[in-house]
Design a protein around this ligand. Structure first.
Ligand code: 5AD
Ligand code: SF4
Length: 440
């Protein structure tokens, strides 16, 4: 007879890569554990962490502290911290939080069953922050019937942008064999899936070191042919490695959605060089123009950092001017945060906090103006929406995305979840749209 399963609660911080890793954790532990969304019922409570900025790290540490109470009330519950903070801090985390049972790095997730066994056998906390060359990705679906899926195509990063901790916490870049990626996508499509997002820190350099010789555009062309794939997306693209061949895929491949997230980080050549980004403002703008030529109306989103060491008022003005020139449809923006081991953390000309805060506020005002104008241009248009679930804000409304990635909320019956519907866009908000369902 089967043993009853235990409850697993996972709290995920950070990027889509972490969301994917949490799904992998649920699949890896699926034989013994069922996912629960009630932390107070957990037999195993895992926190998948992000260390990209200090603030993300602080959130994790404060949650770990607060969980001491739950751990006291449920002494049999195991508490683990995984992902980037765990990779970075290792043993130090145990010293700060002795009530932890497990600390595992980005790649420790594949050894979790073994680590749990070790913890139970020894009665002592277990730390695993080793890297391994081969990653046994697990194929499967955590939420059966979900219309969209993230699929990791590569891990790690070799770019060493001077502000970024990723190469240290996620290790060197490794691509996943194309056959494995294609199988995972095919399995998902057979179960009725429609939309796939390919994930990697720098998807454009996919394929290096693989025997099958398929480049990223080659992989996209193979996937685009699979029957049933209606929407294909990828993230993140490094502007330096965005080839013309890849840009042409936007015109050539019907499933490839008309949206690209292309983090520019800064608009000044002086700062871009100090960030080690490998492109100039002019090269970035050239690629944007080429994208718009090949795919008119393509939605463009970006990441921006303010207050990088040495950033002058003139450098910052270059960032604002570039934002206006491109007119990004949406952006994520951050104050520069010094990270352990990174080159920029050691630079002497750090920018004072109030200057960073003031620049961030000005940048936010501009981006909000651009985002709203971009959303307003959609009002009155009829658009195809893949219905993903219930709206976060208004629970009785449905929520989905356009091909160009904007979120739309609208009224409709719940059995539309997972289906493609037509919506007339009626209202533009800063981060979403409102609409009415209609016939095409
Ligand atoms: N400080 C601030 N923002 C950062 N990012 C990465 N590292 C840092 C840092 N040290 C931002 C970049 C990146 C996004 C994921 O996070 O904009 O594209
Ligand atoms: Fe970090 Fe740069 Fe790699 Fe992106 S490309 S993960 S910003 S080092």
């Amino acid at each position: 007879m089967n043993r009853p399963k235990k409850n697993l609660y996972i709290k995920t911080y950070g990027c889509q890569m972490n969301v994917y890793d949490s799904e992998q954790i649920a699949l890896i532990l699926g034989r013994d554990y069922d996912l629960t969304d009630r932390p107070e019922e957990a037999d195993l409570y895992l926190i998948n962490t992000c260390s990209i900025r200090r603030k993300s790290e602080e959130k994790v540490l404060s949650l770990v502290g607060r969980l001491k109470g739950l751990k006291n009330r449920r002494p049999q519950m195991l508490l683990g911290v995984g992902g980037c903070v765990a990779q970075q801090e290792g043993e130090r985390l145990l010293q700060r939080a002795p009530h932890l049972d497990l600390v595992f790095g980005a790649q420790g997730i594949y050894r979790l069953p073994h680590l749990l066994h070790q913890r139970l056998e020894s009665g002592k906390a277990v730390v695993d922050t080793s890297f391994s060359a081969d990653l046994p990705y697990i194929s499967g679906q955590v939420t059966p019937g979900a219309p969209k899926k993230l699929v990791t195509i590569m891990q790690g990063c070799n770019n060493y942008c001077t502000y970024c901790v990723v190469p240290y916490v996620r290790g060197p870049e490794r691509s996943r064999p194309a056959a494995e990626v294609i199988n995972e996508v095919q399995d998902f499509l057979r179960q009725g899936g429609q939309e796939v997002t390919l994930l990697g820190q720098n998807v454009n350099s996919y394929g290096k070191g693989l025997a099958d010789g398929l480049s990223f555009p080659g992989l996209l062309r193979r996937l685009a042919k699979l029957p049933g794939l209606i929407r294909l997306r990828f993230t993140t693209s490094h502007p330096r490695d965005l080839s013309d061949d890849l840009i042409c895929c936007f015109a050539e491949l019907p499933p490839l959605c008309d949206h690209i997230h292309l983090p520019v980080q800064a608009g000044s050549n002086h700062i871009l060089a100090r960030m080690h980004r490998g492109y100039t403002r002019e090269e970035y703008l050239h690629k944007v123009n080429r994208l718009r030529q090949i795919c008119p109306g393509i939605s463009l989103t970006t990441d921006l950092i303010v207050g990088f060491p040495g950033e002058t008022e003139a450098d910052f003005a270059d960032t604002l001017a570039l934002m206006r020139e491109v007119a990004f449809d949406a952006a994520f923006y951050f104050k520069y945060s010094p990270r352990p081991q990174t080159a920029a953390a050691a630079l002497v000309d750090q920018i004072p906090e109030p200057v960073k805060a003031e620049r961030l506020a000005r940048l936010r005002t501009l981006q909000e103006e651009l985002s709203l104008a971009s959303n307003q241009r959609l009002v009155g248009q009829f658009k195809e929406v893949l219905v993903e679930g219930l709206s976060k804000q208004q629970n009785q409304q449905l929520c989905g995305r356009l091909r160009s990635n904007q979120v739309v909320n609208f009224d409709g019956p719940q059995d539309l979840i997972g289906r493609m519907v037509w919506v007339r866009i009626e209202k533009a908000n800063l981060h979403s749209l409102g609409g009415h369902r209609c016939q095409p």
